[in-house]
Design a protein around this ligand. Structure first.
Ligand code: SDX
Length: 429
């Protein structure tokens, strides 16, 4: 398209520039030519929190926020959640294609054979306080893994990268389970390779003295679906952290620790824990209108609502809501679900939320279902991190292999002092 460009007139100089469009974007560096003086730096873009900035090209996940569409490698999330296992989806994110039976069997076997943690890592984890938050334990232990696998520093070696990705996907459920067992004062349970990935995680979490963990298939399948729903979500805050830290060629263990740290924030992956606390604070359906008024007066946020991209219903929230019914069939009715549904119904009909296009996001129902499964709120974001590990690593791999990518280093608008004379300490004050 010949006119696939912008014509920009700089009213300061009356000069006109033609800037090519690239996939419906303007390359920010093309604005540097716009100057008032030859030795000017030239124009930059200014976009706090990256509200309207593409940081990369990616073929992994597609989101249409207005239509509520989410696809991994072109497959709708609804189909993947219904037809696949989490490891099958992790394979898809990494390899770009769904595995055939032998590829899946080999992938599952390889992941299974890496679920154990080095005994040093176990001892490292034993050093945490008994009431340490499992998410903080996870972040720290992910970083500590880089001391066990120094070969991970060879980030330009494709085989080393692949092996580290397998190790991280395999070991994060073990770290998560050990973190939980530590907070409960229980002995650690080692992986049982006769079990599937999610069942094995449940085994390491909940097996006590019985010789073999008895899997509840309904809970296991619901958890596997939740892992699929949380596996990737294009350039969210934690994935951006993974890409930024990885862009300095730091190893994938410390990069994943940075991503998990970003995820822990209550505005991001920490929201599911906050949703449950919010619902417990509301307590009864009678208190909902009062709480909604507090939100509308800006005193607090409706946790689990709103999204930077989705300005429609988060497709994941709808699937989780459905999965919740299946879980409650097994665990019994949960009054918190009724409060959540009433909260959603009131919010979706209230002008404050309609005007701001605030809908339930992935975190709104996930906390309720996790609690029904037997997880404590402190574990909710840890569950999110287990699932998102495959997405973080697929995005990290894509970043490393992208010829356009280099160390992430944004610029700024300087608002500080101009150059000024130094004042020695005797003359200060
Ligand atoms: C995740 O990016 C991803 O993809 C993330 C994620 C993923 O899979 O990786 O989807 C996972 O992080 C989901 C989001 C979980 N967080 C929460 O549920 C926390 C509550 N939500 C908000 O904090 C907020 O909606 C964000 C952080 C999710 C999005 O914030 P934005 O895009 O920066 O929007 P904003 O803060 O500019 O809000 C726009 C307006 C503001 O009102 P005004 O100033 O215009 O009057 O909407 C209001 C906000 O105050 N608003 C809310 C609200 N969210 C936004 N008001 C009440 N309750 C809320 N939840």
């Amino acid at each position: 398209m010949p006119n696939n460009s912008l014509t920009i007139t700089d009213n300061r100089t009356d000069r006109t520039y033609t800037v090519p469009l690239f996939k419906d974007t303007v390359r920010a560096t093309d604005l540097r030519q716009i100057k008032t003086q030859p030795d000017d730096f030239g124009l930059m873009t200014y976009d706090p929190a990256y509200m309207n900035t593409s940081s990369c090209q990616s073929a992994i996940t597609f989101i249409d926020g207005d239509k509520g569409i989410l696809r991994y490698r072109g497959y709708p999330i609804e189909i993947l959640a219904e037809k696949c296992t989490y490891l099958e989806v992790a394979y898809l994110l990494h390899h770009g294609e769904l595995p055939d039976p032998s590829q899946l069997a080999q992938w599952v076997n390889e992941i299974n054979s890496h679920m154990m943690l080095h005994e040093n890592t176990k001892k490292f984890m034993e050093g945490f306080r008994h009431d340490a938050h499992p998410m903080a334990m996870l972040v720290s232990t992910l970083a500590a893994l880089s001391t066990i696998y120094p070969d991970a520093r060879r980030v330009n070696d494709a085989e080393s990268r692949r092996l580290q990705c397998v190790r991280l996907i395999a070991k994060i459920p073990t770290i998560a389970a050990f973190s939980f067992r530590h907070t409960q004062g229980y002995p650690y349970i080692y992986p049982d390779n006769e079990l599937g990935y999610t069942e094995n995680f449940m085994n390491m979490l909940w097996r006590m003295v019985e010789p073999k963990f008895q899997v509840n298939e309904v809970i296991a399948r619901a958890l596997d679906i939740l892992f699929i729903l949380h596996a990737d979500h294009e350039q969210n805050c934690s994935t951006s952290a993974m890409r930024a830290v990885g862009s300095s060629q730091a190893d994938p263990y410390v990069s994943a620790a940075a991503a998990a740290a970003a995820l822990s924030g209550p505005l991001h992956g920490g929201a599911n824990e906050e949703v449950l606390r919010m619902i417990e604070e509301i307590g009864t359906r009678e208190n909902i209108p009062g709480y909604i008024e507090q939100v509308k007066s800006g005193k607090c946020k409706l946790m689990g609502f709103g999204h930077r991209v989705y300005k429609n219903y988060d497709p994941r929230a709808a699937i989780i809501k459905q999965a919740a019914y299946e879980v409650f069939e097994v665990t019994g009715p949960n009054p918190k679900l009724e409060i959540a549904k009433e909260l959603e119904d009131i919010a979706l009909h209230d002008e404050y939320f309609i005007k701001r296009r605030l809908y339930p996001n992935v975190d709104f129902y996930s906390g309720i279902i996790y609690q029904a499964m037997g997880f404590k709120p402190e574990m909710f974001t840890v569950l999110f991190a287990i699932a998102r590990m495959s997405g973080w690593l697929a995005q990290w791999q894509e970043m490393i292999s992208d010829p356009e990518q280099k160390i992430a280093r944004p610029r700024q608008i300087y608002t500080g002092y101009p150059a000024r004379e130094f004042v020695s300490i005797e003359l200060r004050g």
